[in-house]
Design a protein around this ligand. Sequence first.
Ligand code: TYM
Length: 337
Amino acid sequence: MEEAVKTERKKVILSGIQPTGVFTLGNYIGAIRNWDKMQDEYNCAYFVADLHSLTVRQDPAALRKQTLDAFALVLACGIDPEKSLVFIQSHVPSHAELNWILSCYAQFGELSRMTQFKDKSAKHADNVNAGLFTYPVLMAGDILLYQPDFVPVGADQKQHLEFTRDIVTRFNNLYGNVFRMPEAYIPKEGARVMSLQDPTKKMSKSDENVNAFVSILDEPNVIINKFKRAVTDSEKEICYREGKDGINNLMSIYSVVTGLTYEQIEKDFEGKGYGDFKLAVGEAVVEKLRPIRENFNRISKDKAYLEETYRKGAEMATGISERTLSKVKKKVGLLAK
Ligand code: TYM
């Protein structure tokens, strides 16, 4: 029995993040904080999704810098390249290749229903390109190449994960057991961190109002000021209740960074004002992000280490992903060379 347990396959985790701008507190709380926790128990693969960023027009030099910074940030958040596979998406050609094959198995209708496509095409009405439309196919390929069991993401990626699962069912029904069925791992708390300026909207790094989001490299005084300015309501009570979107968001952030339950928070702040609470949330976030900022300052300076790490990552990721890709090619009828 013990032998059987020992030889059991370690579960595989995969996730990615776009390199457009410094990661926000939302990215950290909704996704990266869980990436870190999973490294000891699982076989993890994490990557910087630079190909995805091309769906919106980018300045080439800025994108190159942001990609390297994003890679350094992933490491600064605690992802250890000795334990996990870390790479940059465009360094691994299988992603773009599987994207093409899977796009022939994705339907126009289902892609048209993706809320992110609808939102982004409204926001970038002058550039509704084909990549924006087929973005979920590229993401499905990213995932399926590594045959993961779980994909840790925030709630906004749930629909893309469901689409990926539909592709798996469709493909496996046609060709046998090619892809493992992945499951979204969405945290109970913090899966959707909201804007500090409009708590009915998701916190996003592309928000025009910089007070709406906290970037994980913001200076302590900047973070505190953003929380001080956070939009709440005209009541006084600090409690988690429907309709109190601003306070609910702050409670959720505070709960994640301190580990306190809502009941404990409500008790601790009984009789205190919103001002006290906002300051406490800001200070707790500053402390949580402090080591990440320090790590980033150190790691991002070491260009040789970064290069060596992403090259190693690319090589390993290429090896793993090509196994799945060649199986797929064979199944769909492409002649081997
Ligand atoms: P991206 O770069 O928009 O976001 C990275 C991760 O952060 C989560 N997230 C949030 N979580 C909570 N609250 C928020 N306000 C918030 N904002 C962002 C996202 O859910 C995500 O988990 N398409 C993906 C990148 C990607 C990917 C993949 C992810 C490409 N291929 C394969 C997983 C597997 C994206 O644009 O994430």
